[in-house]
Write a protein that binds this ligand. Sequence first.
Ligand SMILES: [Zn+2]
Ligand SMILES: [Zn+2]
Length: 123
Amino acid sequence: MERNTRQREVIKQVFESEARPLNPLEILDLAKVSLSRVSVATVYRAIKELIEEKWLTPVKISGQPLYYERDRHHHHHHFYCESCCKVFEVEGCIPVKKLTPKGFSLESHDILLSGRCPACLKQ
Ligand SMILES: [Zn+2]
Ligand SMILES: [Zn+2]
């Protein structure tokens, strides 16, 4: 039980320090820095619990495994780096209502920006 709590705390810290959506393998790699014994199963269990507690929420990037981010209930979008596969939060939105054809009722929208992040552009 105690080890479980420690692992969860480390996983939370990983999200706080990275401040971007992470997939389970990224979480595993980053958690390994502070935890000697951590498995993919542990990471998945922690993710499941943190989603139930509304601390994390899944981020769907088409064609990619699920990413997860802090559940902050604010409207935003994402940038996907095609080079390093990292996902970043993008603040703000565009006037999607203007794009909606006449006679249609807009219920939701999904915008994904993709390209290369600053770190990859430097290489
Ligand atoms: Zn990149
Ligand atoms: Zn939007």
